[in-house]
Design a protein around this ligand. Structure first.
Ligand code: FAD
Length: 328
């Protein structure tokens, strides 16, 4: 016997795909305006945050991560992952947000002004759909030989597995720098391979001097203007700034090369993707895409420009969308 297949006959005002901070904010805005809604989330509540590095600290202060003006009390000016999980999951419980978990949306189609949303567990109907699926599920691959070896990690969780190991960290953004510093402090021998000529300017202001000083004193090796070319079982090959190939011993590669939205899902839902960065087409004042009544919210809006949107500046999307829905 198969699992029970849910077929919801009710036509919702809004179906929200993705239960990240911004999807939850959209749910609260719908609730406030007495619209019927449901959030469908493929993992746990705020699944991306759940999968962040265990000891990460946000670059935003707590009040900038707040949704629906619900106070976010943190013991430090910049909250960590666990506090954020408590905050967003707590709101979901207290406000009784309608959310289905561990259910993946597979297809969105539209006929006679009504959307059909097909998921791993069932089928739903809605007048409006908000896609707030973020960008944390698909790593931005380097597409080099050996990237599929089990020693290559595109997600970093904690430093302890890497004690006394030879680690290569690829990248120079916040994730790369946090991974390099944490693993170095637990006894890893760390080499950073960085495509640019310096540590990224976006690195948290209180962390940047730390990594720059560790590199300057030689505790962490860093190759700037360099590119990883091949990963082997016990070594890696990279091109240095002179264009020469170097091979160094290696146990693990932490490829902190960023993540991408699910472009196939956006395209298959009918959303036009524009230019080299595959920026989805939407109206900046309403967040409505080229498909009428299909909206985008949160960091999924940026295409490959994943640095453009964060919780801080995309919290406003919920209000813009619901205002537009109510005006129709
Ligand atoms: C390490 C890290 C640190 C960050 N620090 C900050 C910070 O300090 N301040 C800040 O403002 N921003 C920060 N950001 C950026 C951004 O705020 C986060 O990415 C944030 O989680 C975005 O919220 P979101 O709701 O748009 O997307 P997400 O939180 O990614 O939520 C999307 C949800 O959709 C679900 N989903 C995806 N596809 C489907 C599907 N087909 N069906 C059902 N569910 C689906 C996912 O499981 C996920 O739960 C950080 C990002 C990272 C990676």
């Amino acid at each position: 016997m198969g699992f029970p297949y849910i077929c919801c006959m009710e036509i919702l005002d809004i179906l929200i795909i993705g239960g990240g901070p911004i999807g939850l904010n959209c749910a609260l805005e719908a609730q406030k305006n007495n619209l019927s809604y449901r959030v469908i989330e493929k993992g746990t509540i705020v699944n991306s945050l759940y999968n962040y590095p265990l000891y990460m600290r946000f670059f935003s202060t707590a009040e900038k991560l707040e949704i629906a003006e619900i106070p976010f009390i943190s013991t430090a000016p910049k909250p960590g992952r666990q506090e954020a999980l408590e905050y967003y999951q707590g709101i979901t419980r207290q406000r009784n947000i309608n959310i289905n978990l561990y259910e993946k949306v597979e297809k969105v189609s539209k006929e006679n002004e009504i959307f059909t949303i097909e998921t791993s567990k069932g089928k739903y109907s809605a007048k409006n759909v908000i896609i707030s699926t973020g960008f944390y599920d698909i790593p931005n691959l380097m597409n080099i030989p050996g990237e599929d070896l089990s020693k290559v990690r595109h997600y970093y969780t904690e430093p302890y597995p890497y004690a006394k190991q030879k680690i290569v960290v690829v990248g120079s953004s916040n994730s790369a720098v946090d991974a390099a510093l944490e693993t170095y402090r637990k006894g890893a021998e760390v080499t950073m391979i960085i495509r640019h000529s310096e540590i990224s300017k976006s690195v948290k202001y209180w962390v940047k001097p730390d990594i720059e000083n560790r590199i300057a004193e030689g505790s962490i090796a860093a190759h700037f203007n360099a590119e990883l070319m091949e990963i082997k079982q016990h070594s890696v090959v990279f091109k240095d700034e002179k264009g020469e190939l170097q091979e160094i011993e290696n146990d693990f590669v932490l490829a902190m090369t960023g993540y991408l939205p699910d472009f196939d899902f956006l395209k298959n839902s009918g959303i036009e993707l524009q230019g080299d960065c595959l920026n989805p087409l939407y109206h900046p004042e309403t967040m409505e895409t080229n498909v009428p009544n299909l909206y985008l919210a949160g960091v999924v809006c940026g295409g490959k420009d994943t640095h453009l949107w964060f919780i801080e500046n995309s919290r406003i999307h919920a209000e813009m969308i619901v205002k537009n829905i109510l005006s129709e």
